[in-house]
Structure formats: C-alpha cells, structure tokens
Design a binder for this molecule. Structure first.
Ligand SMILES: Nc1ncnc2c1ncn2[C@@H]1O[C@H](COP(=O)(O)OP(=O)(O)O)[C@@H](O)[C@H]1O
Ligand SMILES: [Mg+2]
Length: 395
C-alpha cells in the first residue's frame, strides 16, 4: 500500500481544520493508520476534538493520532545539530533566535515540514493529513524547501572545492560564516533533507493538495490564485471543497440575497475548477466541534469512494523536444499573460508572477539554447528554446 500525504489549504476561517479533521476521522474509521497534523501556529485541533494536546503526537481514537507541531520544540529536540550549524553561519548580530534571521524567513515552519517528512518515513502511518496555516503562509512554506535548497546550492555547492572558492564572496555579500568541516556535514544533511522533502511533496503519487473555499467573491478569487501558485511550484492539486453552503430550503427572507450570492459563486467555482473533483459541505447550525460534528462532514460530503485517491489534473512541468529546439510546458491555470515574467540565465529559467518566482533548472542540453518565445495557452505557459544563432542542433 502506498503511503499518502494530504495538504489542506485555503484562506483563514474557510474550514481547513474542520475538513482536514473529517478526512482523518474517515480514514481512521476505514482502518488506515492515520495522523492529523497541524502546522498552523494558531493550533486548534485540540479545540476541535475537545482534548488538551501536548507537544508530541497523541492517539485520540482507534487508528487516529493528532499532533500540533510546535516548531521550536521540534527544532530543539529533533534538529538540534542542524539548527546549531545554521546558527553559526548566520550573521553574528542577529540575536539568538533563529527565526529572527532575515536570511531564512519561515525557518520554524520549515522544520515543521521536515518533521512531517520524518513521520512519513517512519512507516508508522498510512495517511498523513496536514492542516495548514492560511494561504499566504502556506504558500511561502511550500515554496520554501525549493528556495532554500536553491540558496544552499548557490552558497554551499555540495562540492567542497566550490565552497572554498565561494568563501570570500559569500562572506562579503551575505555576511555569513561558512561552516567548518564538521558543520558542513550537518549543512549537507539539511540540504539532503530539504531535497527529500521537496521530492516527497511534489511526488504526485504521494502528496495531494486540497483547496478549501467558500462561495464568496474574495475567497473565490483567492482560491484561483492559490491554485495557480500551487501549479507554479508543481504541487498536485486534486480536490476542491466548497464549504458553508446554505441549505436551499432555508425559509427566511434575510437569506434570499445570500442564497443568490452563494449560487452565483458556486457556479463560478464549478466553471473555473471544472477539471477538479468538487465536494460540497453544508453550513451547519452549529460549530464543528467534537467527533459527532466532524462526522456530519464525513457523511454529507466525503461520500465518494475515491475521495482518498490521487488524481492527476494538471501536468508536472516538462521539456519536450520540438522541430527547432525545445518546449517548456508549465501549468499555470488562471495566470494572466501580462503578469508572467520570464528570465533566463545560463543554468535556469526564472518564472515570476507577482511576488512569487520559481527557478527552474535547465537541463544540460539546453545550456546552449536561448528562449525565443513565451506564451500562455489555455492555462499553460509555453516557452520555446532555440539554439544560439539559430543553428541546427547537430550532434
Ligand atoms: N460547514 C460549517 N458549518 C458551520 N460551522 C463551520 C463549518 N465549517 C467550519 N465551521 C466553523 O467555522 C470556524 C472556522 O473553521 P476552521 O475549520 O477552523 O477553519 P480554518 O481552519 O480554515 O481557519 C470554526 O469555528 C468551525 O467550527
Ligand atoms: Mg485552522
């Protein structure tokens, strides 16, 4: 059996925690060894299950463990050596709290993700459900492993000669102490862990990202952006949950307008996300608290048999050979042509949208190729490469 990870993301308050919990409860009921873990600093799994939770995973029902990750605790207990080595490299005047360092924003959450990787590798669980912080934070978190390993490659190429050559420059420009030999191996370990983490989270057979939304203008807009960015970073989104749908037969004139608004945005969501499986969750007459309330979601919305299956909706980025050169295809649903910027350097191509950018390493064969055109076509970015000077590729 393939072990799986499910990441629930969406704007604050839309129902991520409730929906993630419902999946976990259902999964445990089916007999799978299930872990529900929260990386949101404002934890509320304890509230949800009406249990006081500690700093370690806790079993709360048959097959069901819940775990509110405390990143500081994890950094001290599980990654002490690495954190120390990183500390040595960072600017001296930056205080003692690693999370303060500008060079590694979001560092604490990163260790929370590394912890999830450990849980996955432990083989103690079949399914891990991740209840995330609101969209913005989650996005920066999910792009982080890639970003950080990119930094590390630039600063500490995993070849020691390069490190020596880089050293004086790195010191000057980045105000960092390069690690000594012993520390270097910790840095290398961290690098490898980050690499593993990326591979795991972007492995479409392992990790599913699920979007939670409500039928309201701002949230719908944000959900589309979120979907685009998830694609930019190559995550496999394979489900959309529309939460808080008013019952159609609600008989109170106060809700007449709200029913119209909801039906309008619900329709928009169905049109925009036609490719995704969509699940509807009613607006309940109570908060989602306690097992019974969680079961309401299971019974109302998580009824399809393939709910836990991974589905390939968009494609991972690819380089294809064409008549004149190569074509890079990157799925970017809802991206507007005018907001996508492309840059090429010797070893990578940079795709920038708003505040987000992705550095896509170029395959070696493309080092002597230049970008000749870039366009958006039906939610896919197409970038053409031709050999410098338009010569034919002769081997
Ligand atoms: N379908 C629903 N009906 C009624 N209350 C809901 C529903 N979904 C979520 N809630 C309540 O809304 C609040 C926010 O939900 P939560 O799952 O914590 O959202 P998030 O994790 O996205 O911030 C909670 O108090 C929860 O009990
Ligand atoms: Mg939450």
């Amino acid at each position: 059996m393939k072990k799986r990870i499910y990441i629930f993301t969406g704007k604050g308050g839309v129902g991520k925690t409730s929906v993630a919990a419902a999946h976990a409860v259902k999964s445990a009921k089916e007999g799978y060894r299930t872990m529900l873990v929260s990386t949101d600093m404002a934890h509320n799994l304890g509230d949800l299950f009406e249990k006081k939770l500690g700093k370690e995973p806790e079993s709360i029902a048959k097959n069901l463990c819940v775990y509110e990750i405390d990143p500081e605790y994890v950094m001290e207990n599980d990654f002490e050596d690495m954190v120390k080595s990183l500390g040595k490299m960072l600017p001296q005047d930056a205080g003692t709290n690693l999370a303060d360092y500008g060079m590694f924003p979001g560092m604490e959450e990163l260790f929370a993700l590394l912890k999830i990787n450990e849980i996955y590798q432990s083989d103690n669980y079949d399914r891990i459900f991740v209840d995330c912080a609101p969209t913005g934070e989650t996005l920066s978190l999910l792009k982080f492993p890639e970003l950080l390993s990119w930094y590390m490659e630039k600063l500490f190429p995993v070849g020691k000669v390069a490190v020596r050559i880089l050293s004086p420059i790195a010191k000057q420009f980045y105000k960092v102490e390069l690690p000594n030999r012993a520390a270097m191996s910790d840095i290398e370990k961290l690098y490898l862990k980050l690499y593993d983490l990326q591979e795991l989270l972007k492995n479409r057979e392992v990790t599913s990202v699920r979007l939670v939304t409500v039928p309201e203008k701002m949230v719908v807009e944000e959900t589309k952006r979120n979907y685009m960015y998830m694609n930019l970073y190559n995550y496999n989104v394979d489900g959309l949950y529309i939460n808080r749908l008013l019952p159609k037969d609600v008989r109170n004139p106060f809700f007449d307008e709200w029913l119209k608004i909801q039906s309008n945005y619900k329709q928009q969501l169905y049109e925009s996300f036609a490719a995704l499986p969509i699940y509807e969750i009613p607006w309940y007459d109570e908060e989602v608290r306690g097992m019974k309330a969680v079961y309401r979601i299971c019974n109302d919305a998580l009824t399809t048999e393939d709910i836990f299956d991974t589905k390939e909706i968009t494609q991972r980025e690819s380089f294809e050979q064409t008549k004149d050169g190569y074509l890079l295809k990157l799925s970017l649903p809802f991206a507007d042509k005018s907001e996508v910027d492309l840059f090429q350097s010797e070893s990578e191509i940079v795709v920038k949208i708003g505040n987000f950018k992705r550095n896509i390493p170029l395959p070696n064969v493309l080092r002597s190729f230049a970008v000749t055109s870039g366009k958006m076509e039906e939610g896919t970015l197409l970038v053409e490469f031709e050999r410098f000077g338009g010569q034919k590729d002769e081997l």
